[in-house]
Design a protein. Structure first.
Length: 89
């Protein structure tokens, strides 16, 4: 069952990635995250799935979850959007 807690964890992970507190290629241990957030591994697994939908986390069967490593083209696109947004401020 999906909960607001699941979404909150996914949002926290996304924020940590965007703020570079979790670097590309970092393995995300379900157990460590469950301990950190004080929840079950099931909730963490659901949160990782949600966070993977925006391609910031890569889920690899039998290996686990990792912070995605963007390609050069993806990085260019992100910086282009960022320049546009910052110019509007």
């Amino acid at each position: 069952m999906e909960t607001s807690l699941t979404w909150s964890i996914a949002e926290s992970l996304t924020k940590a990635i965007v703020e570079h507190r979790l670097m590309p290629g970092t393995k995300l241990s379900e157990q460590k995250l469950a301990n950190h957030f004080g929840v079950s591994r099931t909730l963490v697994r659901q949160a990782l799935f949600h966070a993977s939908q925006n391609r910031l986390i890569k889920l690899e069967p039998t290996r686990g979850a990792f912070v995605a490593t963007p390609s050069v083209e993806e990085a260019r696109q992100v910086f282009a959007v960022r320049r546009m947004l910052e110019a509007e401020m």
